[in-house]
Ligand binder design. Structure first.
Ligand SMILES: NC(=O)c1ccc[n+]([C@@H]2O[C@H](COP(=O)([O-])OP(=O)(O)OC[C@H]3O[C@@H](n4cnc5c(N)ncnc54)[C@H](O)[C@@H]3O)[C@@H](O)[C@H]2O)c1
Ligand SMILES: N[C@@H](CCC=O)C(=O)O
Length: 515
């Protein structure tokens, strides 16, 4: 009997012993920087000449790892291994699969700060953000293990006197897991373990900027007793390996988290039935966001400013849930804007390895260039109130940036920037604010800061996002507490960390025996 699920607590770095433990984690990771990481297919280590060089976005000169890169032939080999392994893994006991997740969670928990330190180095996450990412990875494993134990016997159905009916869940087959770089541990581990605990085998293609944390996670799964061939680690180019596997007739499902553009491409390609394919592929796609915090006139305005700043600039705004639009009812607009600008100017920007840093780098040169282009667009579309500067000499640093008086249909209010840039927009009244909030193609997260009960109820019905928060920021969903996923172009609303997530990786089978 497992203990009841509770989320992993966050580390309090004001406690000296925890601060020292985190510093020790950073030292440990420094001891293996630059190491080589092979592909892992059926447990076999395969080294290729072609490499992905993972670098520290805060210090381009520092190499985190040299990672072998899969091509189509190796992707095909991995598919054949995963397909063959499925025939045994699908019959493994759900209890055993859950136990592997619980053990893997325990291993990560024991080496928690080392994993977080990899995230500091490879993804540029400040300590607190790295700690939350690792905690969420642990949560996914603890939560999905328990969910599988609940689903293993299926659901009750009726039987007549002369029959015995059963309704059970069986796995789908081989899944292709395509994960993003922004929660390179939590989302990668969550997508992978959900598929595996449900009885599927997988090909894991992590994002090319963060393949090392995924390689380290595979080692954990092996230590936890996962048989060879269940998870196959094949980093590689999205266009080459990704397209090949999405199109493959033996791919049964694709679990993708990333941008809208790639999600749409995968969904379209997966819909095509290729020669030799005997099923319709299932697609789980979690995509981008253009997330809004609405501030009402009857509201705690300090809470509003704090929530906007934390949600806009935590991990440099590189969260699909990040607040990139602050929509504020006219009467209180100036006050909230002024306070948010004041808070923003005091945020420490710098190396994420320093404990006090709030805003670290953005992930790479192309992200830096794209965000700086939006800063230039913002100068045409609004009033620059804070930030607006970038420096990519050593790492990819961009100052937290606020634009005021942006029109509701401006590009800054419509397009996902995925960086530390937030647009402020004035609404005539609360209804108008909700209309503006809904005026995007996305529908991921949102928050409303208000003390007006009627307005809370209106937003609950009319603010069309998958994760809606009241009187807090719009980031930081917790596994098992706030299942996460969005509407419209934010994806298939497959709620990660929710009670029905595993079902997306299974199919239901009815058996009826005449007695
Ligand atoms: N909704 C969510 O839960 C959620 C969570 C995290 C990130 N995101 C979104 O992810 C995006 C940022 O992540 P990103 O930059 O890694 O996204 P991305 O779409 O560029 O890449 C995501 C993954 O897709 C792969 N890929 C690229 N082209 C491919 C192709 N043709 N076929 C198959 N795979 C391909 C990449 O290599 C990577 O592994 C943002 O838009 C963000 O909002 C959404
Ligand atoms: N689940 C995270 C966002 C994941 C996407 O980037 C949050 O709730 O902030």
């Amino acid at each position: 009997m497992t203990v009841a699920y509770k989320h992993e607590p966050f580390t309090d770095f004001t406690v000296e012993v925890d601060k020292l433990a985190f510093e020790a984690g950073l030292k440990k990771v420094e001891s293996y920087l630059g190491q080589e990481y092979p592909l892992i297919i059926g447990g076999e280590r395969i080294t290729t000449d072609d490499k992905i060089i993972s670098i520290n976005p805060a210090n381009k000169a520092e190499v985190i790892g040299r990672v072998s890169k899969a091509n189509r032939d190796l992707a095909e080999k991995a598919m054949q291994v995963a397909d063959a392994t499925f025939q045994t893994w699908r019959k493994s006991k759900p209890e055993m699969r859950a136990d592997i997740l619980f053990r893997a969670a325990a291993i990560v928990r024991r080496r928690k700060h080392e994993f977080s330190a990899i995230l500091v180095k490879e993804a540029g996450k400040p300590w607190k953000e790295a700690d939350a990412d690792t905690a969420e990875a642990i949560d996914f494993m603890e939560y999905y293990g328990r969910q599988m134990l609940k689903l293993k016997d299926g659901m009750p159905v009726e039987s007549r006197a002369i029959e015995y009916n059963r309704f059970s869940y069986i796995p789908l087959g081989v899944g292709v897991i395509i994960s993003p770089w922004n929660f390179p541990f939590a989302i990668m581990a969550g997508m992978t373990t959900a598929a595996v605990v449900s009885g599927n085998t997988v090909l894991l293609k992590p994002a090319s900027t963060t393949p090392v944390i995924a390689a380290k996670f595979i080692e954990v799964l092996e230590e936890a007793g996962l048989p060879a061939g269940v998870v196959n680690y094949i980093p590689g180019s999205g266009a080459e390996v990704g397209d090949y596997l999405v199109d493959h007739p033996r791919t049964r499902f694709i679990s993708f988290t990333g941008s809208k553009e790639v999600g749409i491409r995968i969904n379209e390609r997966a819909a095509k039935v290729n020669p030799g394919q005997i099923w319709l592929k299932r697609v789980i796609a979690e995509m981008g966001g253009k997330d809004t915090i609405v501030v009402d006139r009857e509201a705690d305005l300090e809470l509003a400013a704090q929530s906007i700043v934390a949600s806009a600039f935590g991990f440099s705004g590189q969260k699909c849930s990040a607040c990139s639009r602050a929509v504020i009812v006219g009467d209180v607009y100036d006050q909230v804007l002024a306070r948010a600008v004041e808070l923003t100017k005091s945020l420490p920007v710098g190396s994420p390895e320093e404990q006090g840093t709030y805003t670290g780098p953005v992930i790479d040169q192309s992200a830096f260039n794209k965000i700086m282009e939006y800063v230039e667009i913002g100068k045409q579309e609004g009033r620059l109130m804070a930030g607006g500067e970038g420096d990519d000499a050593k790492g990819y640093f961009i100052q937290p940036t606020i634009f005021a008086d942006v029109a509701e249909d401006a590009r800054l209010m419509q397009e996902e920037i995925f960086g530390p840039v937030v647009a402020f927009c004035k609404a005539r009244n609360f209804d108008h604010a909700i209309d503006i909030a809904n005026n995007t193609e996305y529908g991921l997260t949102g928050a409303v800061i208000t003390n007006n009960r009627a307005h809370i109820e209106k937003a609950r019905e009319d603010f069309h996002v998958g994760n809606l928060y009241f009187n807090r920021g719009c980031t930081g969903a917790i596994v098992g507490y706030q299942p996460f996923g969005g509407f419209n172009m934010s994806g298939t609303d497959s709620k990660a960390g929710g009670p029905d997530y595993l079902l997306l990786h299974m199919q239901a089978k009815t058996t009826s025996e005449t007695l």
